[in-house]
Ligand binder design. Structure first.
Ligand code: CP
Length: 309
């Protein structure tokens, strides 16, 4: 596969690109540790358009660009503070912002929004989450974290837990896991938030072994990676439907006692109540290290997509 111009979907990456990005991300860790910043993207400008809330993704992209010596312009509440609020189409916004900046990071409430932008953009489009669909840069940092923590992804057993219907991070992660060998998945959710059928079809067609289960405690001792997710209140049709789906799986001390000594707990964050704070001090709780890794992975991605040849 040629190097992609945009990162709209997990389908835009292959194993070679993942491996290259992760080598570069390790180098970025060293840049930040030793010097704080570089001038790899000096003179380049990144635009961030966030039509939905964010802490990790927006801050880490913006800080990544600054630590690479570039500049950032952005709308943190683009739904109200861009001319989309006056009726401008996403396509026109893309054309205009792309005529000022060298790349655009977008988070949008509609599935397919980043793909619509990429279809008209003159500059790279990076999908920072489109509705319940995908969040490919989160999957990049998830895989980087697994490699950093456990030394490999091939051959691991993972449980993806919680809101698998609406959680865009697990959709992108499942796509990217098909690029690795002998991964086995437990998909742990109540019936109301089962994994989307299109994602299950991707797993099946690419030979990834998975099992849908509804008891977390029964399989916790089997896994190398326990990937917890938040039940996405904002995606449910009613508050009642959300209330019925939430609170089923909580990672607490009792659950951690069932987990292997080598296993890690990940979460894309933010969490609400699905991981008890009492777990945070456990060395197997890797979710804050995971969030930190987002900075290095996004530095690697920006360098790959925005650097002038
Ligand atoms: N993981 C993630 O996308 O976090 P934010 O919503 O804070 O960006």
């Amino acid at each position: 596969m040629d190097r992609p111009r945009h990162l709209v979907s997990a389908a835009d990456v292959d194993r070679c690109l993942l491996d290259d990005l992760f080598v570069l991300a390790r180098a970025m860790e060293e840049v930040v540790r030793s010097r704080g910043s570089s001038d790899d993207l000096h003179g380049r400008v990144l635009a961030t358009l966030f039509y939905e809330p964010s802490t990790r993704t927006r801050f880490s992209f913006e800080v990544a660009m600054m630590r690479l010596g570039g500049g950032v312009v952005g709308a943190e509440n683009a739904r109200e503070h861009s001319s989309g609020a006056k009726g401008e189409t996403l396509e026109d916004t893309t054309r205009i912002v792309g005529s000022y900046a060298d790349g655009i990071v977008v988070r949008h409430y509609e599935e397919g929004a980043a793909a619509r932008m990429a279809a008209v953009a003159e500059v790279p489009i990076i999908n920072a989450g489109d509705g319940s669909h995908e969040h490919p840069t989160q999957a990049l940092l998830d895989l980087y974290t697994i490699e950093r923590e456990l030394g490999r992804v091939d051959g691991l057993r993972m449980a993806l837990v919680g809101d698998l219907a609406h959680g865009r991070t697990v959709h992108s992660l499942c796509h990217m896991l098909t690029l690795y060998r002998d991964v086995r998945l437990y998909l742990v959710s109540p019936a109301a938030t089962r994994m989307r059928s299109d994602v299950l079809e991707v797993l099946s067609s690419r030979g990834v072994a998975y099992q849908e289960v509804d008891e977390l405690a029964a399989i916790a001792g089997e896994v190398d990676v326990l990937y917890q997710t938040r039940v996405q209140k904002e995606r449910f049709a009613s508050l009642d439907a959300y209330r019925r789906a939430r609170g089923r799986y909580v990672i607490d001390r009792a659950l951690m006692a069932r987990l292997g000594p080598h296993a890690i707990v990940l979460h894309p964050l933010p969490r609400v109540d699905e991981i008890s704070p009492e777990v945070d001090a456990d060395p197997r709780a890797a979710y804050f290290r995971q969030a930190r890794n987002g900075l290095f992975v996004r530095m690697a991605l920006l360098t790959t997509l925005l650097a002038v040849e």
